[in-house]
Design a protein. Structure first.
Length: 306
């Protein structure tokens, strides 16, 4: 049995007003139009729903059952409408964001803090992963937005994603404050051929940056330590075990005893991207977060450590 919900709601209006005429006036319909819709509803359910008499109408037992359900549906529809208004007005809902470690310690906290202040009714959930994991979470809809990164030789070129270029994250040199280069504002990477290097383990992209930069300068780097995160790399640099390359965002929380030096010519720069699925229409919360990511990225680009 297929029952038209709109006709059920109309029957509830008739029951509430006590007559077809009164319901028609309240709804700006003609009495004949209301009568026709009720007749169609009775045809759908296969039994009478109203008993008509001189003073109005009276529900049959079937009519009472249907009106009871119609009023429940009406309340549910009202609640749905109210919730949608809350979501549209950024007063309730959820926003799920994917990020990676260096963005999670620099760019993301700025956005999460500002979003929480502006829209306290929205529940924020953050997932952290590396590049392939973030793309997989977008595809599975585990997250709605994700921060990604890429380099010239490995662009994120995924047909299902819409990408916003937030900022360029240049590569810098870090040395111990006791290193002979510590007071330099910039250094040519060719000057570093005799140095020992701290690099990232597990085929991390910055290890590729180091290899490419040194190759372009005509030497092969001597690796003293393979670090598993940038804090570990900074620790090894601070005690003089070697020097290292790192993207600027990884140096937002700089360890004591470290100096940051610009590279001339510049080492490869990575792009920081905000991604979403193209086929999904962005929610109001996503649009608000997009604006905050743009603003925070502009702020970070203007105050990179040097």
């Amino acid at each position: 049995m297929q029952i038209d919900v709109r006709r059920m709601l109309l029957l509830a209006e008739v029951a509430g007003h006590g007559s077809l005429t009164a319901a028609a006036q309240a709804l700006a319909f003609t009495p004949s139009a209301v009568s026709q819709q009720i007749a169609k509803l009775e045809s759908e359910v296969g039994q009478p729903l109203l008993e008509r008499h001189a003073r109005g109408v009276q529900l049959t037992q079937a009519g009472e059952a249907l009106v009871r359900h119609a009023r429940h549906i009406g309340r549910q529809l009202g609640a749905a409408g109210a919730e949608l208004e809350e979501i549209a007005g950024l007063r309730s809902g959820e926003l799920r964001i994917g990020s990676f470690p260096t963005a999670g310690s620099s760019l993301l906290p700025l956005v999460v803090h500002r979003f929480g202040q502006a829209h306290p009714g929205i529940r924020l959930a953050v997932r952290s992963a590396m590049l392939d994991g973030l793309i997989a979470m977008l595809e599975s809809r585990e997250v709605q937005l994700a921060l990604l990164w890429d380099y010239d030789w490995r662009r994120v070129d995924h047909p299902a994603l819409t990408l916003t270029h937030l900022l360029d994250d240049p590569t810098a040199l870090i040395v111990s404050e006791e290193h002979p280069l510590a007071d330099r504002a910039s250094v040519d990477i060719a000057e570093l051929a005799g140095e020992s290097w701290i690099t990232r383990a597990d085929a991390h992209p910055v290890a590729d940056v180091l290899a490419r930069s040194c190759h372009a300068a005509g030497f092969r780097p001597a690796i003293a330590f393979h670090a598993h995160d940038y804090q570990e790399a900074q620790a090894m640099v601070s005690i003089g075990l070697g020097i290292a390359l790192a993207p600027r965002l990884a140096l937002t929380n700089l360890r004591s005893g470290i100096r940051v030096i610009a590279l001339k010519p510049e080492a490869p720069t990575r792009r920081i991207l905000l991604a979403r699925l193209t086929e999904r229409r962005p929610t109001p919360a996503e649009l608000a977060a997009d604006g905050l990511f743009r603003a925070a990225s502009a702020q970070l680009a203007g105050r990179a450590p040097g």
